[in-house]
Design a protein around this ligand. Sequence first.
Ligand code: 4UV
Length: 531
Amino acid sequence: MPFKSPFPDVEIPDVTVYDFLFGDLTEEESGRVAVFDSATGSETTYGDLRARIDAFAGALAARGIKPGDVVALHVPNTAAFVIAFHGILRAGATATTINSLYTPPEIANQLRDSGAVRYVTVSLLLPGALAGCAEVDLPPENVVVLDGAEGHESLMDLLSEGAAPPDVSIDPATHLAVLPYSSGTTGKAKGVMLTHRNLVANVLQSMSAIPERSDDVVLAVLPFFHIYGMNVIMSITLKVRAKLVTMPKFDLDQFLRLIHEQRITFLYIAPPMAVALAKHPAVDDIDTSSVRAVLSGAAPLDEALGQAVKKRLGCGMQQGYGMTELSPVSHALPLDREDISIGSVGLAVANVEFKVVDTATGEEIEAVPGGRTAPGELWVRGPGVMVGYLGNEEATQETIDADGYLHTGDIVEVGPEGEVYVVDRLKELIKYKGYQVPPAELEAVLLTHPDIADAAVVPHPDDDAGEVPHAFVVLQQGASLTAEDVIAYVGEKVAPHKKVRVVDFIPAIPKSASGKILRKDLKGKTAADFS
Ligand code: 4UV
């Protein structure tokens, strides 16, 4: 028997993301502040936000952007991100969000795969963006630079046209709203096809367990380009008409200063920030009394660490579990369930059912009355489940089964209240501070080195980042590379969170008869284990 959400089902309206978030904006709500942009110090009201989204959509349409087109968004957390993102969706186009720290080859890969026809960025990221665009022949005139740059249109240029938003007719159930990239259970990053309905559904589903209110002030430091920032932090906050305080990048001093000065009430974090909140002496110098709730997600949160944050800040503490392919939330621990361990990712949110499956036998694992189940792979079904991976039917079929369950690649156990504990990861993915690092990408980079004959990358536990990439390298005969050489070689080609940080040289990569890397034979090992 599948496990069912304890929350009543929510009805999912058949509307676009824009209509869902802004369609019922009242006069009173229009005057409230939607976004405080900490980079510029500016405030944008809900009414102004909607008007700017409309104008941005109108300007895109005037440039020929239409439903079905993909627009790349490569912008740090700012008010301008919110306008451009929703403007793209309002125009009926699909937004593919790009990690702010991506290198030109990583940008080019995503542009090539997604088929993006326009590019929206900021001046700080422009050189890398243009290099990435050049690799796929996306012309510089198609690159909008929101804060302005010589030879490019800016946000102001687009908004000042005051164009009316286009009249687009799209089916929310099938039309793609966003294409974030995720490696899923195996291989390189793939475009995750999420419809308007997926996003609308998951906002409502998440709200069954995440209690944001209209008087909340929410710090948006986790990036909007990642699904957690995009459809939880940004969308829930806008839906409840609370205030978003945007931070373009994490900096501990500024993070603490904003909590203090902006009287932050709701704090979404990833586990490395929990370490800072629990342990850093600077936290004693600020007033954190406004914070009523902290939600940690994207990587495992240790029970003791969660308790330490709760105690030091004197606030409620939740943990959530999500996956890009689920739009993202499937489980969250409600604030009021203090009877359940904070080391648990909580209960299935509304409209979610899930199974735990024995990876050896394929049998479903049943609940244990009053106790905890054996471990198995988490399979999730619900309206947030993606349509599939763009242009990759094989990976889609490997991930979503005939009954509509998405196989997460995470190993979990279920406790007596139906709460879920993530205990291991079956899939290849490495999570550095909650960010995805697909080993297959690093292996491909390593193999481009003329002195490297073969390579495999696995996670290595790390106190600060949770996990770091660990490369096992087989050298060509007669070659002599050092670990530093390998680290530097990869470091030039990938975003900082993907850098290889541990290297071991071994005689051969352990592989199965079919040639698959036997990652479990490498995890936790060093070169000495192979000599
Ligand atoms: O695809 P992704 O990068 O997606 C995420 C999304 C995390 C979110 C989003 C909204 C929330 O409210 C929230 O609480 C969490 O990270 O990576 C998906 C994989 O990340 C691991 C797990 O391996 C997923 O398959 N992961 C995510 N959350 C947790 C986690 C967690 N709480 N504990 C352990 N692993």
